[in-house]
Design a protein around this ligand. Structure first.
Ligand code: AKB
Length: 334
């Protein structure tokens, strides 16, 4: 997601600057040094850890910050092996950045925009019958997550809402609304360019990329497993669209989006439309399957459509034919 966002910001940055307009500097921070092609997409890049408060304070002292896009996280599967570490990164890191945003806003006298990628992991469907009956789940339903990652995402959303509306409520020198917090609960995301790791929705992209490579794939969910997905370009477009929306148009701080929600076997059928020899077998991992069963089959994204013009670019079929398969074939033919 970080690479896709840098690419999108860079496109606008070059366009605006070429026409003589100003565009804020883009500063990227990652745990590991950015590859050279990513460094070319931003004005400066640093290696650093969102849990390192001293590093963040040094950054605060070096730049005037207008917007923060906070993408650092341990995903759902990895977090279940190290839940306390996940809490430290996913919530501690988020809190550090929210504090930076609020202090910067107070320094400059204007709110700092803050994008927080939440997740369908924030939901906790109590059982399969309820999941099936619930259909499209709204943003304020079933918010009892079954994973540490989901708990962290709900905590991040609530912290963002606090910094946006209630920060230092009793302090006489408080600033009203220092952080313009905006969040999207992302479904599973499928990229043609990268294969994710550490997530539980990874079975979709893993299945597709394995088929494209001609590799065997043991799918760790049941054939009937169903959650919402979208493509990476749609996720990046949704972030940019939400962050560009006038604040007055936004009725909430956290939004659902989704593009398609196939079962795992429907997903495999689509894969085999393009890679007919795909050697995929279903070998459910019951523990990971229980995470998928706790996530909604579909999300109601009416608020995002109404408030800031979210519309999916693809359905399942044209996501494969127009984006995923052409890009993946090119990637594996290199
Ligand atoms: C995961 O699977 O953990 C993530 C997510 C759905 O937020 N991709």
């Amino acid at each position: 997601m970080g690479h896709g966002l840098l690419k999108s910001l860079d496109e606008e940055r070059r366009e605006r600057r070429a026409s003589g307009e100003s565009f804020p500097a883009v500063i990227a921070i990652d745990l590991r040094e950015l590859p050279s092609e990513h460094r070319a997409l931003c004005d400066e890049s640093f290696t650093g850890d969102v849990c390192d408060e001293k590093m963040l304070e040094r950054l605060l002292a070096s730049y005037q910050i207008g917007s923060i896009y906070h993408l650092a996280a341990l995903l759902s599967t990895r977090s279940e092996f190290v839940p306390e570490i996940a809490h430290g990164v996913n919530v501690g890191g988020t809190l550090n950045l929210l504090r930076i945003a609020a202090e910067e806003a107070a320094n400059n006298g204007r709110p700092v925009q803050f994008f927080f990628p939440s997740s369908i992991a924030a939901y906790g469907m109590p059982d399969l019958a309820t999941k099936t009956a619930a259909g499209e789940v709204g943003e304020d339903q079933f918010l009892q997550p079954h994973t540490m990652y989901g708990c962290n995402k709900v905590a991040g959303e609530n912290l963002g809402n606090y910094y946006a509306h209630h920060y230092r409520k009793l302090a006489s020198d408080r600033m009203e609304f220092p952080v313009d917090f905006r969040s999207i609960r992302f479904p599973g995301i499928i990229s043609a360019d990268t294969v994710p790791s550490g997530g539980t929705s990874d079975y979709g992209p893993e299945m597709l990329h394995a088929a494209a490579r001609g590799d065997d794939y043991a799918c760790f969910v049941r054939r009937d497993a169903r959650i919402p997905f979208m493509t990476m370009p749609e996720a990046i477009d949704a972030i940019r669209r939400l962050m560009a929306a006038p604040k007055i148009a936004l009725s909430r701080t956290v939004y659902n989006v989704q593009s398609f929600n196939p079962s795992a076997s429907e997903f495999l059928e689509e894969v085999r439309e393009h890679f007919e020899d795909a050697k995929t077998e279903f070998e459910p991992d019951l523990a990971r399957q229980s995470i998928i069963d706790s996530w909604p089959a579909a999300c109601d994204d009416a608020a995002a459509r109404k408030d800031w013009g979210w519309v999916p670019t693809y359905d399942l079929s044209n996501a494969f034919s127009e984006y995923l398969v052409p890009r993946i074939r090119a990637r594996y033919s290199e």
